[in-house]
Design a protein around this ligand. Structure first.
Ligand SMILES: Cc1cc2nc3c(=O)[nH]c(=O)nc-3n(C[C@H](O)[C@H](O)[C@H](O)COP(=O)(O)OP(=O)(O)OC[C@H]3O[C@@H](n4cnc5c(N)ncnc54)[C@H](O)[C@@H]3O)c2cc1C
Length: 406
């Protein structure tokens, strides 16, 4: 159960972000002031253990906080999600699992430094996606090559929330020396902010505009300790512990769905329509008197609660049964339902509310565009559903006509 004080912090942040959200959405600019609030709040250390100065939260805490933040500015919440994916993956993998995977003793010292920096306000991003690979780790073209006492990284990342604004980026790259046989060796590196670039400035998407998810060039050398964890295990981690690569987005998009329902209720309460009458004297009635509008609110309410409960069930499984196939299925269900629900609900409610909710600057119009991004974020709804369908059939999702998620 998330502590009341942590939720209070998240609510305060969401309230501070809300007045700025429309302008950042309009200009597709990085929300500097939102992120300054976030750094000052201490929530960047949400998942960092107490002995390193953090709040010691788990996945359930992350989910509750991210959902709440999304009510203020979904794009800012998505930036928080990227940071939480880095700190959470590092903090919540048990030491014995990291050791069993082959992590050297030096990893734990580096990990603790990365986590401690987060409690002092360092913010991290994630740079996996590439133009033709999307987020499919096995298809990445960015390479790493051993050079001296470190690695040379080279490639181009197409989409990275907060690119150019953050302290460091978790970059996924393939081993340039690997042969064509067998699965590619994909590793993660934490690359300092000053080592990336030049940054592309072409980010001008439909929704989640304030994430400023520009791409960047990468041609840099990093020391040995920039390698995060164990070399070559990124694909394995994505398959056995999908909570950060898959499940964390779900919290943001359940928050978007909740925000859409709230915005629609406000819109309906504030709107009246003229009702034709048989006596020729139309009368003004509240939009909430319409059963056609109310049933859309009712369906949205049921869909939002179903997505929220699935998300919370997934989070409980992650915290109590990490790495289990059942947990993985719950995480995929949560991601699928969150992305699809956010968009279904926002689309239906804008239809219920009419053109007023679709004008530029209307809250629902922005949420509809933000919600559209949920199903696209990795793994897409189609890919998540294929994983679940294959699991129901007891077959590998990569067999037959399906696509491997990673
Ligand atoms: C708001 C936002 C923020 C983002 N932030 C980040 C970030 O911080 N870091 C980051 O790394 N990425 C980020 N991304 C990128 C995101 O991860 C990608 O959008 C995602 O990986 C999918 O890539 P794509 O959009 O290029 O689609 P594609 O991968 O090109 O997919 C397009 C379609 O083709 C299908 N498809 C593609 N390949 C196959 C195949 N082999 N088999 C079957 N079907 C296939 C897909 O299912 C989909 O339907 C962000 C995206 C958004 C929208």
């Amino acid at each position: 159960m998330t502590s009341a004080s942590v939720l209070e912090l998240a609510r305060d942040l969401a309230a501070a972000w809300a007045p700025r959200v429309a302008e950042h959405d309009r200009t597709a600019t990085f929300p500097e002031a939102d992120m300054a609030d976030l750094r000052a709040s201490g929530l960047l250390g949400l998942l960092v253990p107490g002995h390193l100065g953090g709040l010691g939260g788990g996945f359930e805490d992350y989910v509750a906080v991210a959902r709440t933040l999304a009510r203020g500015n979904a794009a800012s919440a998505l930036l928080f999600n990227m940071h939480a994916s880095v700190t959470g993956a590092l903090a919540l993998v048990p030491d014995e699992v990291a050791t069993a995977l082959g992590a050297p003793p030096s990893f734990f010292e580096t990990r603790d430094q990365i986590l401690a920096r987060a409690t002092s306000g360092a913010m991290y991003g994630v740079a996996i996606s590439e133009r033709t690979a999307g987020s499919r780790l096995s298809a990445l073209e960015t390479t790493y090559t051993r050079e001296g006492s470190g690695y040379r990284l080279a490639g181009h990342k197409s989409t990275c929330s907060g690119a150019g604004h953050l302290d460091a980026y978790l970059v996924a790259a393939r081993d340039s020396s690997a042969t064509d046989d067998g699965p590619p060796a994909i590793s993660y590196f934490l690359v300092p902010g000053e080592a990336i670039g030049p940054i592309d400035q072409g980010w001008d998407p439909l929704g989640m505009r304030a994430t400023a998810s520009n791409g960047f060039e990468l041609e840099t050398w990093v020391p040995e300790d920039a390698l995060v964890g164990v070399e070559g295990v990124a694909l394995l981690l994505a398959e056995v512990m999908p909570e950060w690569l898959v499940g964390s987005y779900a919290a943001v998009y359940v928050g978007v769905a909740e925000a859409a329902l709230c915005a629609a209720v406000e819109h309906v309460r504030a709107t009246s329509v003229r009702e034709p009458t048989t006596d020729g004297r139309p009368r003004l009635v509240g939009l909430g008197a319409s059963p056609w509008v109310r049933q859309r609110l009712g369906r949205a309410d049921a869909q939002v609660q179903a997505a929220r409960l699935t998300l919370e069930e997934a989070a409980r499984h992650v915290d109590s049964n990490r790495g289990h196939p059942d947990t993985s299925r719950w995480v995929y269900r949560a991601k699928l339902l969150a992305g699809d629900t956010a968009f279904d609900v926002a689309a239906s409610l804008t239809e219920a509310c009419g053109l007023g909710a679709l004008m530029r600057g209307a809250e629902l119009e922005r949420l509809l565009r933000d919600a559209r991004c949920g199903a696209v974020m990795p793994p897409s709804s189609d890919i998540a559903a294929n994983v679940l369908g294959a699991s129901a059939l007891g077959v590998d999702p990569g067999d037959g006509l399906g696509a491997r998620p990673w």
